[in-house]
Write a protein that binds this ligand. Structure first.
Ligand SMILES: [Zn+2]
Length: 272
């Protein structure tokens, strides 16, 4: 990924998605906001116990840094589901300034509509951004281990194909900063659930150095699922940035022992 900075707000960008001038995308970091304590500084989540006023100011700051109108940001109430919504113009800006209007029970969004910035919030789970440069369709997905077991990422690819006629081999994807295989330790119940849900844990679960514990490789899991969905190897970029290792730069719920802010990944089609 490459980094940009504007008015103290540090943003990260996938190399592969940066080639397309008709879209804008970003992954935010902690830098450049108004929040304090475990939410310092650019917390973008209304739902984590931070002051709503500060979150709104942070989102205004993000808007200024990205050049994306605040009322184009579109958020969902994420529930670790496998639910992917097709977002139309009527939903532009829902959840942008308050949580009440955000899309219910949704963890992935796809759209073909310009000037809708699809945003997912994370603090250990994986943000995935996708773009089909042929059909001009975008997607943003929140995938933690539960979402991976519910196959939300291939679900979003499927929505792009069925709803907009995309072809998987054209889709470009970025797997964003999240809890990496260096840190993401899970208990045996997660290993067993993974085996039940996916039929195999190959490339996803391995023994941890701590006896009886396991490492869940979220990055490789998403990568495997994207490949199975038909995406080309060369079109998938993994940031390789672990938010827990870099807890100064990115929020980590695990590093914060359950209290932390949220960073966001967003993608938008510009007016052509
Ligand atoms: Zn790590």
């Amino acid at each position: 990924m490459k980094k940009s900075e504007r008015q103290g707000t540090e943003l990260f960008h996938f190399e592969n998605l940066s080639h397309f001038s008709e879209i804008r995308h970003f992954v935010s970091s902690r830098a450049g906001g108004y929040s304090e304590g475990p939410f310092a500084r650019l917390n973008l989540g209304f739902h984590v116990g931070d002051s709503s006023f500060k979150v709104l100011k942070n989102r205004q700051k993000l808007s200024a840094a990205t050049g994306i109108d605040l009322f184009w940001f579109t958020f969902a109430k994420q529930t670790h589901s496998g639910n992917v919504a097709v977002v139309d113009a009527a939903s532009r800006g829902i959840g942008a300034t308050e949580i009440r209007t955000a899309l219910e029970n949704t963890d992935g969004m796809v759209t073909i509509v310009e000037r809708i910035c699809l945003c997912v919030q994370v603090a250990d789970c994986v943000p995935v951004l996708m773009y089909d440069p042929v059909e001009h369709v975008i997607a943003a997905v929140h995938a933690g281990w539960r979402g991976i077991l519910r196959r939300i990422v291939p679900g979003a690819v499927e929505k792009m194909i069925q709803h907009y006629g995309c072809r998987a081999e054209n889709i470009v994807a970025g797997i964003g900063p999240s809890n990496g295989p260096c840190c993401y330790e899970v208990e045996d119940d997660v290993r067993r659930e993974t085996l039940t849900a996916l039929g195999s844990t190959n490339g996803i679960i391995s023994p941890s150095k701590n006896p009886g514990k396991f490492i869940f490789d979220q990055w490789n899991a998403v990568h495997i699922q994207l490949r199975e969905a038909g995406l080309r190897e060369k079109n998938i970029e993994t940031s390789g940035i672990c938010n827990q290792c870099q807890a100064e730069t990115f929020f980590s719920n695990r590093a914060g022992q359950g209290t932390s802010g949220r960073y966001a990944a967003g993608i938008m089609l510009c007016k052509r």
